[in-house]
Design a protein around this ligand. Structure first.
Ligand code: ARG
Ligand code: ZN
Length: 863
């Protein structure tokens, strides 16, 4: 286990790295020449040189001009070391890699006909022995030699400085990256790729060549990614004054990838899912996802690459900050309120639960076994919220001043979260010491707000109380510094007191508003000012008012969600008590009024009127009653659909005019509201609505509409599903990313025999455990997004998933460990389910050869 408190700087400085990759049919030979010197501060010490190393074999070692014999260095599966070194020396190590056997997809591996790399967090050590840590930065050069027919395209970081032909149909390319970088940003790609080219001129006049590479058959699906890249480059100049710094920016789309994408200097490697799109095969959500991820990786060039991390504990320094930047970018490109809603929804649906389970950790974790397990919602999404709070506290202008200073002061360095918060404190003159607890103290603060009105002085007081539950990280929590944006709204929906920022710093804070009428509404935590669980003294009537009249669209959405959750909670109570279910008239009325406003912002409305998913609802219960939640939500959805059938049909028709291949915001908004209406109607599953859904499924002109209809059909009944699935498959079998959707729809079906279907699909010719996208489409979708079937009362959902996790652990430990988090909340279920989930975790724990990745997740869950 690695602890933050044990951090020590590396004893040596790497002045230059020169790599040669000689790619052969059944192996790749890597030669690395390191120019190194002892840290001058240690000049007279005898310091052993210890490099990280993977499980490959070493062929030769040359130190200076001495060939070292195997006895003269130490090498095992984790470490390469030399007992003593001169103060300045060169080290040349040659080793053999087998990329075809690398199913973990870390280091150098094969994806189809392409060879590529993934080094973050600690994959570079699987390529060559090296100080594999982010605070060792060096300029790299990289020579690639390969067969010209199999690998016509040879790419690495930086600039191409030389290339040419060799004997035996081989050729080479030499790349040089002038910027010092940590090895996790190294990348290499070799393959038979096509390229989409464009150009961008930076504000200061640098002409940058933009190149997006993909397999030949996909190159005509790269243009949205290219547009997004140019948008991101222009935006970073305008909003943060950041220009691109090389003459070339390259992106490669890869089918087998553990994560979404990787920001390697000048050579981003992407999961194909976040590059390839056209309206026929990608949904509007896919288009938005591509825009966001392309921008995210581009923004890393400054927040991550130019300024990097002192150690992996600081991961949120680059990820939280870069997520904040990509969220702001997407808000500026699209609808700000809708972006905010979807970001917060994601946080609540996935980060809040992380905080309530065994993986709870501060935004800056204190310890890890495998760093890859800490690429979490807490580090990324909560980390972005922490940056957003600083942004709120300082205001846009000072925040920008702080960012400018951060770039100026730390360019080319490996730094810490203290360095970042330090510049923000400096430019604002504010003390951010208490604020820094957001990085060191884990858990979601629960904040309650109550109103007190004093008739005599005509003043309204708002009292906020915060509390954070103790957990494995801290047995006692100190109060957080929490910004709260508040406005006051009157009965007519007018703003009586403009939005202003308040700050909570104690367990209890009270703010008093003088000279206000009694029937005033506070709108608090506007735009979700802080990542807290909020409870208020608002009645359902108050919430219905806020849903209709709050002047902050985010709070309107939040009020609607709270109303839905309250209603579902009541229904669950009724189910558990054996009482009849009933939906309150007030809710139906509020819903219907909102639906009438369909000429306004349709994108917003489609979010506001969407019921929370079962996985989101469960977070509001201490003990999760899977069946009751499913039944309650279904009942609420069907009741709304029944009572408002004609309204849904009207709005459905009103929103149908969008051109099928138009991906403008307006067209997307129309589709999202239309498909929300369809989903409500579809829940009724009668012949009339089945007809409408079927028609849309058969005649849709784009994937958004086709997929929306397909999803609804997959829940209707087995006959309907069994017709829709082969039809969809036959149409799209050539498009692997669409087939992923086909798998995931079936895995998430609510129909009785879903587990059997999923098991059957694991033997489908298009399914493989070796491809993370396929595993995510089928197994993750089942285990994470189909609570009714994963939590089957006979335990078969657990058994199936655990088997798959163990199978996957032998192939791809990173992804296996991620999948295993479906068991994290086992203590929150009924005794029977608890016992069954625990048993699966114990079975996994007993395996002899568990990866360290999976071991960490399983052992934390059982602790
Ligand atoms: N840095 C990449 C990104 O967020 C993600 C790398 C994921 N690596 C991992 N080991 N999970 O843009
Ligand atoms: Zn990132």
């Amino acid at each position: 286990k690695i602890h933050l408190k044990d951090y020590r700087p590396f004893e040596f400085i790497v002045d230059h790295v020169d790599l040669v990759f000689d790619i052969r049919d059944d192996h790749t030979r890597v030669t690395s020449k390191l120019k190194m010197k002892k840290d001058p501060a240690r000049a007279n010490e005898t310091t052993p040189l210890v490099l990280n190393k993977g499980t490959f074999d070493i062929i030769s070692v040359v130190a200076g001009d001495m060939v070292l014999l195997p006895g003269e260095y130490k090498s095992d599966d984790e470490i390469f070391s030399l007992v003593a070194t001169p103060d300045i020396f060169e080290l040349e190590i040659t080793n053999i890699l087998k990329p075809d056997e690398n199913t973990a997809l870390e280091g150098l591996y094969r994806s189809g006909s392409i060879l590529c790399t993934q080094c973050e967090a600690q994959g570079f050590r699987n390529i060559t022995p090296y100080p594999d840590r982010p605070d060792v930065m060096a300029p790299f050069s990289c020579t690639i030699v390969a067969d010209k027919t199999r690998y016509p395209v040879l790419l690495s970081n930086g600039n191409l400085v030389k290339s040419g032909d060799l004997d035996n149909n081989r050729h080479f390319a030499v790349w040089e990256d002038p910027f010092k970088k940590p090895c996790y940003l190294f990348a290499l790609v070799a393959g038979d790729l096509d390229v989409l080219e464009d150009r961008f001129t930076t504000a200061s006049g640098r002409d940058v060549a933009l190149k997006i590479y993909s397999e030949k058959e996909n190159i005509d699906r790269c243009s949205h990614a290219m547009t997004s890249l140019k948008q991101a480059m222009a935006w970073d100049e305008k909003r943060f004054g950041r220009e691109y710094d090389l003459d070339l920016y390259q992106i490669v789309a890869i089918n087998d990838f553990n994560a979404g994408a990787m920001e390697n200097k000048g050579l981003n490697i992407f999961n194909a899912k976040y590059v390839l799109a056209d309206p026929q095969t990608a949904t509007d959500d896919d288009f938005m996802g591509i825009q966001g991820v392309i921008a995210h990786e581009y923004f890393h060039n400054w927040t991550g690459n130019r300024i990097t991390l002192k150690n992996w504990f600081q991961l949120s320094l680059k990820e939280g900050l870069t997520v904040f930047r990509d969220q702001e970018f997407s808000s500026d490109m699209n609808s700000r309120p809708v972006q905010r809603i979807s970001d917060v929804k994601k946080l609540m649906a996935a980060q809040f639960p992380e905080d309530s389970g065994p993986m709870v950790h501060p935004v800056r974790p204190d310890a890890y076994i495998k760093m890859d397990n800490f690429y979490t919602m807490t580090v990324y999404e909560k980390g972005a919220e922490v940056i957003r709070m600083i942004y709120q506290l300082l205001g846009q202008a000072l925040f920008r001043t702080g960012m400018d200073l951060y770039f100026e002061k730390f360019d080319g360095m490996a730094v810490t979260l203290e360095d970042f918060v330090g510049v923000m404190a400096k430019v604002s003159g504010r003390n951010l010491d208490q604020f820094f607890r957001w990085y060191t103290q884990s858990g979601t603060p629960a904040v309650s707000m109550t109103r007190q009105y004093d008739e005599n002085t005509k003043s309204m007081s708002l009292t906020f109380t915060q509390a954070t539950s103790p957990d494995r990280n801290q047995s006692e929590k100190k109060p957080f510094h929490i910004p709260v944006r508040i406005a006051l709204i009157n009965r007519a929906g007018e703003t009586v007191k403009q939005d202003a920022l308040y700050e909570l710093t104690q367990e209890t804070d009270t703010f008093k508003f003088e000279n206000v009428p009694a029937d005033i509404y506070p709108s608090v935590f506007r735009e979700f000012t802080a990542p807290v669980r909020l409870t208020t003294d608002f009645s359902d009537q108050d919430l219905a008012f806020l849903m209709a009249r709050d002047t902050d669209p985010f709070n309107q959405w939040h009020a609607a969600q709270t109303l839905f959750v309250n209603e579902i909670k009541n229904l669950v109570t009724a189910i558990q008590a054996g009482n009849p279910m009933a939906v309150s008239a007030g809710l139906v009325n509020a819903f219907s009024l909102a639906l009438e406003e369909n000429q306004k912002d349709r994108a917003f409305l489609s979010r506001a009127l969407a019921l929370p998913q079962e996985t989101e609802i469960k977070d509001h219960f201490e003990i999760i009653d899977v069946e009751a939640i499913h039944q309650a939500r279904t009942f609420l959805k069907q009741t709304l659909a029944q009572k408002l059938t004609s309204e849904f049909k009207t709005v459905y028709e009103l929103c149908r005019s969008a051109n099928s291949d138009d991906i403008s915001g307006g067209a997307m908004a129309d589709r999202s509201l239309k498909n929300l209406c369809l989903s409500y109607l579809g829940s009724l599953a009668n012949n009339d609505v089945q007809d409408i859904v079927q028609k849309q499924f058969e005649h849709a002109g784009n994937m958004t509409d086709e997929f929306a209809a397909f999803k609804i059909l997959s829940h209707m009944n087995a006959d309907v599903r069994d017709k829709a699935c082969p039809a969809f498959y036959d149409k799209w079998q050539a498009r692997t990313l669409v087939i992923d959707k086909w798998f995931s729809v079936q895995a998430q079906s609510s129909l009785e025999d879903t587990l059997d279907q999923v098991k059957k699909l694991t033997t489908h010719k298009d399914f493989t455990m070796a491809n993370p996208n396929k595993v995510r489409a089928l197994i993750f979708a089942f285990a994470m997004n189909n609570p009714m079937h994963f939590h089957r009362v006979d335990g078969q959902g657990y058994e199936f998933t655990a088997e798959r996790i163990l199978m996957l652990d032998k192939i791809n430990p990173q992804t296996a460990a991620r999948l295993c988090s479906c068991f994290n909340l086992w203590k929150r279920y009924d005794e029977n389910r608890q016992a069954m989930m625990k048993k699966q975790l114990e079975t996994m724990a007993e395996q002899k050869e568990l990866s360290r990745n999976l071991y960490e997740i399983v052992s934390r869950a059982l602790e």
